[in-house]
Design a protein around this ligand. Sequence first.
Ligand SMILES: [Cu+2]
Length: 473
Amino acid sequence: MNPTRRQWLQAAAAVPLLSACGAVPNLSANSAARVLSAAPARLPVAGQGGLDVWAYDASVPGPVLRFKRGEWLDLELHNRLPDATTIHWHGIRLPNAMDGVPHLTQAPIEPDERFRYRFRLPDAGTFWYHPHLGTAEQVERGLAAALVVEEDRPYPVDQDIVWLLDDWRLDGQGRIAEDFYRFHDVAHAGRLGQKITVNGLEQPQQVLQAGQRIRLRLINASNARIYQLALDGLPGWLIARDGVPAESAIRWEGPMLLGPGMRADMVIDATTPGVFELKDEQSRANVVLARLEVQGRAEASPRPAPVPPPIEGLPPPVLAGAFEQTVVIGGGARSRDGWPQQTEAERAARRQRREAGSREADPVWTLNGVAHTDHHHHHAPLFSVERGRTVRLTFDNRTAWWHPMHLHGHHFQVLSRNGQPLPDKPWRDTVLAAPGDRLEVAFVADNPGRWLIHCHVLEHHAGGMGTVFEVRG
Ligand SMILES: [Cu+2]
């Protein structure tokens, strides 16, 4: 072995792996990145003794990557999957070339290839990472994990807990059902599974001590499931949405909607000894997702509401003279305006290609009348603006379905819903449009490149609900 290679290996061995509580090593441009593998694995997931999954570092969900704001993420993905992949860093305002959209921002990472992701983390908050190629299949097989960026000053809680929510569709033999991109799923609510997990587990139980205050980072990594989350019996507050802090803490009262791709940071006070259930009230059965077990004998006295971390670095939109664009969401089952029609022969040909392994969905959804089911670089951007311009987008959902609309590379403020201004103008990177909703959002287009706007119901995106916008400069 030549000295250079030996030195490299020694250097690589000396770089500590990022564990859930690890700090990022201070790496120079030449030092080795942390290697993350994506590979098939058999793991105890979703109540199955051994489920055949695709996993980051042989773990479902993948490892929690934890950094401080302003640190660099430096990670080399080693693709050991049988299929090409990429990583999208959901919610991170990063350089375009690191965004992980195949063909648009990078070439697909082929089997046995490596790709180095390296970028600074400008915002504190709860984010996540997942593939953006064959997404509906790869995420469903288990490729998803949390990316936590901590504030400059540690947030004052006793425990910081990540709960990544996912659902699994299993077949009769208890394996992941292989019916990806099924026409019915694509045209309706997306792929819903019959088992819901938190961090890959069915109904895990987290132990707290009475008197503790926790931060609970909820991430919806499901392909399509929208949760309606409730936790009865303990005082809780929402302090951040999609990673961005709220202006002031909002009391968690009644069910809270969390669509695919979305995150909610909650603060919960363990005031009362006992066992408390996180439930999904969307499901008729009030499914218990997880439990908090508060240990101790005595009731703790109530604390004042928490103060969310400061919002730092996000440019406020300037609405006067903003560039305005309407995005009409159309198509899908039960659509009033119809949907892109295919002949029976075209549908049959697509079905055959799918059975032969293609990742194609039927074109049943449109944005401004166009269904984009193939690679986004084939299409002209929906709009193009100079860097620094404020963009005012209106999502006009003319379908009978819910759509979590996600913007890459930027956070936006939600201005209004159906003509009603939202007084707190929440910051988000994914906004949930109910059937018939008209949602107005605004953001400063300050990140150059070509970026995606798409529905985060992964089957809807595959079925045409995605387009590109361009920031020049
Ligand atoms: Cu959708």
